[in-house]
Design a protein around this ligand. Structure first.
Ligand SMILES: O=C(O)CCC(=O)C(=O)O
Ligand SMILES: [Fe+2]
Length: 536
């Protein structure tokens, strides 16, 4: 049998289609606390999901964290993301902000979120307004608390493992369903990550602002604020810990009368499994839940909206090898080592024409431009409201990037140089051309996307829930709600001007401060011809 996580796209599509056929128009069973076997199912098939009830958490921590959520809202620091899923732009119904270690970022659905620093020392005071300092610090305190709970729970989990296996078997016998193990990764008990959480992604949604939420398609659990997904870009087997805060009474019920209308729920299911019932866990205000160890990999989760406005703080160990400001800065510095600036004349020259070195510089040039600068400016000027950290960081990266534009222009001049042999010219071209073609393609792609969004706004997909799930297509068509004009106009107008995506950097050909044009089409075309001629 194929290992989880290594299915290719076509195989996933085929599996989805098969599941879709099996489900037909009906719903699969799921259990909630009303059901007798709810706790049995939880213990056996969802044992790595732990709930920490609000009453077991220190009141001061609740107070600090809940005020911090409200402060984020008051200060306008929560933003709907224009994510990209299967080539479509989608405006998330949930508003978010990433808070975490200074310089950390987290990529989800092709969107890089830039963490507002949560530390509360001298460094931070430079970057945040005073009243927001305490707000961010609250999430650092919460982070420490949730991490200590996670360590405890992982220890308990390890001890309980043997018993769980037996109980699981009994339960399965009893319900006469699937004989395969529910706990999908019984080996690797020691492999879970004990790395502390490095970021938290804060979520906020007021259901009254979102009349067009998608129905949960498989089980009929209710309206989804966040649809089925695995959290992506996390350190393998790392826990995700979530603090839940819903506030303010409301009489408006969007989920019918089948369950407590006020309550938000987290839904869980085993990925690719329609035999095991889903689990729907009501969350009271101040409750936390932990998705321990590899639960995020073996299972998917979704969030079912209640009727109150609700915040959550989702603490995670983001994969960070290529995702910190420190990393990209050191990449830039290594590329710029090949640039010599004459201290007297200010003239720029390349130190080495070694093809491998030139190719690496062009790769880093693309990385800083598309993974950092364009990702940042796509999110408009939103970060200015929360911190000056990223504005300063981006100014620094932009300066480096501009120097790399100069470096590219110097390579192009060098290729014209009579002193190089044909072989040398060919080798240089082979090393840099793929990067330049990629740069041209990506620039066009970003430009077109932003032009479309800023002129027409993302109307069609706006009513959908965000979803990094591999099962977007699994939604039976009967459940696809028509997207009303009301939703369209409401959501399109919702993005304030300071959050509108910017195509930046962008410049016209008459901008003399730029050594090369924005549009590289004629350059790459000429270089391709040149390479062919040289090789002939
Ligand atoms: O809000 C929650 O409870 C979870 C949200 C979530 O799944 C996410 O942000 O990835
Ligand atoms: Fe999630």
């Amino acid at each position: 049998m194929m290992k989880r996580g290594v299915l290719c796209e076509e195989e996933k599509e085929a599996k989805k289609q098969k599941l879709l056929d099996q489900i037909g128009d009906g719903h699969l069973p799921y259990l909630s606390p009303k059901d007798d076997t709810f706790y049995d199912l939880w213990r056996t098939c969802y044992s790595k999901l732990t709930l920490l009830q609000a009453k077991h958490i220190n009141a001061d921590l609740h107070h600090t964290v809940q005020n911090a959520f409200l402060s984020l809202l008051d200060n306008g620091c929560l933003f709907q993301d224009l994510v990209r899923l299967k080539g479509k732009d989608i405006l998330t119904p949930v508003s978010r902000i990433l808070i975490g270690r200074p310089g950390y970022t987290y990529k989800y659905l092709n969107t890089r979120l830039f963490a507002v620093p949560w530390i509360n020392d001298e460094l931070n005071t430079q970057y945040c307004t005073r009243n927001l300092l305490d707000t961010y610090k609250a999430f650092s305190d919460l982070n420490k608390f949730l991490y200590s709970q996670t360590v405890n729970e992982l220890q308990k989990l390890r001890k309980a493992h043997k018993n769980d296996c037996f109980q699981h078997f009994d339960y399965k016998e009893q319900v006469k369903s699937d004989k395969r193990p529910c706990t999908l990764n019984n080996e690797n008990k020691e492999l879970h990550s004990l790395e502390p959480f490095n970021v938290t992604l804060i979520n906020y949604m007021d259901p009254r602002d979102m009349p067009c939420l998608k129905e949960e398609p498989y089980f009929g659990m209710g309206k989804m604020a966040v649809s089925w997904h695995h959290d992506e870009n996390l350190v393998e087997q790392s826990t995700v810990a979530v603090y839940n805060f819903s506030y303010q009474e409301s009489a408006h019920d969007i989920n019918g009368d089948d369950k407590d209308p006020a309550t938000w729920n987290v839904g869980l299911k085993i990925a690719w499994d329609i035999e095991t019932p889903g689990l729907c866990i009501p969350l009271n205000t101040g409750d936390c839940y932990l998705m321990l160890d590899d639960l995020n990999k073996t299972h998917q989760h979704c969030v079912i909206a209640g009727c109150q406005p609700r915040f959550s703080s989702t603490h995670r160990v983001a994969e960070s090898s290529r995702d910190t400001f420190q990393y990209i800065k050191s990449q830039c510095n290594s590329a710029l080592q090949n640039l010599h600036m004459d201290p007297d004349t200010g003239a720029a020259a390349l130190k080495s024409l070694e093809p491998r070195v030139l190719g690496q510089t062009e790769e880093i040039h693309n990385e800083v431009e598309f993974e950092w600068l364009r990702q940042f400016w796509f999110q408009g000027k939103r970060y200015n409201k929360c911190t000056t950290f990223w504005k300063e960081a981006m100014t620094e990266l932009e300066n480096h990037w501009k120097q790399m534009e100069t470096m590219t222009s110097l390579v192009l001049k060098a290729i014209e140089n009579e002193n190089l042999t044909v072989d040398e010219k060919c080798n240089i071209l082979k090393n840099i051309l793929p990067c330049l073609v990629e740069r041209q393609n990506l620039r066009q792609e970003w430009r077109e996307r932003i032009t479309f969004l800023t002129s027409a706004m993302p109307v069609e997909p706006a009513a959908r829930s965000d979803c990094d799930c591999d099962e977007t297509l699994l939604q039976p068509s009967a459940h696809k709600k028509p997207i009303t004009l009301r939703c369209r106009s409401k959501l399109a107008k919702k993005l304030p001007p300071d959050q509108a995506p910017c195509c930046y950097p962008y410049w016209n050909d008459d901008n003399k401060s730029m050594p090369l044009s924005f549009d590289l089409h004629s350059i790459t075309f000429a270089l391709q011809n040149r390479l062919e001629t040289l090789e002939a």
